[in-house]
Design a binder for this molecule. Structure first.
Ligand code: PEP
Ligand code: MN
Length: 497
């Protein structure tokens, strides 16, 4: 075996702490001394050690230079110069690692972003909830299944299996998650390089499902405009520009399972000191770095499991393990913000996660529920924008998680969401930001390119009785392709008014 390359220290051991950018005595495992929620209790500690040791030897899934590139794009979003579209499954399954499912998701995100580019007249930054969205927080560690038996809850493919007999936690799933993430991202990259998202190819804009004549006219006009624009760009050769012919799609997942995140976190020379520093690199790109190499080179830790990680609504305690872990990594970080987030917590979180006040480092993903946005969002905006963190965050709306409801269909409970509620939260969020003089930089959606029936409403007119037709989510209900495109049209429409 060849010796490890410089700076690829095994992140499962206690690496040199970094100090100098305000992260204090952080180490890749300092989270272990903090109170932790949603933590798995593995029965076989030796098997867990073997799995994390294996992960620590494997190469990064994403490259720190790519993470830095995304950070620069998110800085543009924070400044109101670009728009962020983030979407994918609630719970990604290993089984979704198939060509068709991956292609349809990539195409859907591209198509939505074309609509948004046209509507908002801004560049769109795309991030998938893909290639690693395998860990799920649960409200209860157990559930009652058919026959009245109490079994451990399904916690996502990285922890246990959905089948009732697979509910035991299995550390080897950590390695399987790495392999499925790598295979998924490999195919995303291959498909994009092969031109699946090529603008020269006709996209499927069929609007046969739109029942409302007024909406149909509106969408038809928008589609005609987009097609004319694409044709025109092709005619003048503008679609040959490197900017358009490569499609950036970054990856993200909830940073829930810290054993996994720590194993893929690697100290790397700060790009500010390394090769090729892009001309527009933030002068503060070296903030938070430390002299970890002993050779005078600034070092930063990157969580290389994904480009973007977010901290969920259930694990964002200021003194908890998740915030501790993510305050030490250089990746851009999201925080879910909801009705249970006091405004004062928000500021404490920003001070911890972004002490250097890098613009675009933190994305606040707000999810209140359509009926509560007006009451809660202004206070959160004022707390941040009235502080020293003014202008540093990306405000993103997750109109999904505050709008989940239970429908009873043929005697059984089905988790669903109304398209109308999802759009209402988004519209109200846009309005609040415009009233407050701030910029809504993006949306965070649960969606799939498949023809599922998990959310009701939208122009197909799905109702509760349709839910059982093709409900395949193992967690939260997702927008299907048509509902997702329609939401993009409605957002575009807001900007064009
Ligand atoms: C999710 O994004 O799937 C999720 C669990 O969200 P939240 O943490 O906002 O509840
Ligand atoms: Mn979800």
């Amino acid at each position: 075996m060849s010796p490890p390359p410089p700076h690829s220290a095994d992140a499962t051991t206690t690496a040199a702490s970094i100090d100098g950018g305000g992260v204090g005595d952080w180490t890749p495992d300092s989270w272990r001394s903090k109170p932790i929620r949603q933590n798995p209790e593995y029965a076989d500690a030796a098997a867990l050690r073997r799995a994390t040791a294996e992960l620590s030897r494997l190469p990064p899934i994403v490259h720190p230079q790519e993470i830095e590139r995304l950070k620069r794009s998110l800085r543009d979003v924070a400044r109101g110069e670009a728009f962020l579209l983030q979407g994918g499954d609630c719970a990604e399954l290993f089984d979704y690692c198939r060509a068709g499912a991956i292609e349809s998701k990539v195409k859907l995100l591209l198509q939505m972003s074309l609509v948004l580019v046209w509507g908002a007249d801004k560049r769109v930054v795309r991030i998938g909830r893909i290639a690693g969205q395998y860990a799920k927080p649960r409200s209860s560690p157990t559930e009652i299944v058919d026959g009245g038996r109490e079994v451990p809850s399904f916690r996502g493919d990285i922890l246990n299996g959905f089948e009732v007999e697979d509910r035991e936690l299995d550390p080897q799933r950590l390695v399987k998650a790495y392999n499925h993430s790598a295979a998924t991202l490999n195919y995303v990259r291959a498909a994009i390089a092969a031109g699946i998202a090529d603008l020269h190819r006709p996209l499927n804009w069929s609007l046969g499902h739109v029942k409302d004549p007024a909406l149909k006219t509106k969408y038809t006009e928008a589609v005609r405009f987009l097609q004319d624009m694409l044709r025109f760009m092709h005619t003048i050769g503008a679609d040959q520009s490197p900017k358009l012919d490569t499609v950036d799609l970054y990856t993200s997942h909830e940073g829930l399972l810290l054993e996994y995140e720590q194993s893929l976190t690697r100290p790397t020379e700060s790009p500010a000191a390394g090769p090729p520093a892009p001309p527009q690199a933030d002068a503060r790109a070296g903030d938070g770095s430390a002299d970890g190499a002993g050779a005078g080179k600034p070092m930063q830790y990157y969580d290389t499991s994904a480009h973007f990680l977010w901290i969920g609504d259930r694990t964002r305690q200021i003194d908890g393990a998740h915030v501790e872990f993510f305050r030490g990594v250089a990746n851009p970080i999201g925080i879910k913000v909801g009705p249970t987030t006091p405004a004062s917590d928000l500021l404490a979180l920003l001070r911890k996660l972004n002490p250097g006040r890098e613009v675009g480092k933190v994305t606040l993903i707000t999810r209140y529920g359509a009926s509560r946005v007006r009451e809660l969002l202004p206070g959160h905006i004022r707390a941040v924008e009235g502080s020293e963190h003014a202008g540093t965050v990306v405000w993103q709306c997750d109109p999904m998680h505050g709008n989940t409801r239970t429908a009873v269909v043929s005697g059984s409970d089905i988790k669903t969401r109304r398209f109308g509620d999802i759009f209402a939260e988004l519209r109200e969020t846009l309005r609040v930001h415009s009233d407050e003089g701030t910029y809504l930089g993006g949306v965070h959606l649960e969606l799939t390119g498949d023809d599922v029936t998990e959310c009701t409403g939208g122009s197909q007119g799905l109702d509760d009785a349709d839910l059982s037709t093709n409900y395949t989510s193992f967690c939260d209900p997702r927008l299907n392709e048509k509902q997702a495109i329609e939401l993009a049209f409605l957002v575009a429409d807001h900007y064009r008014q």
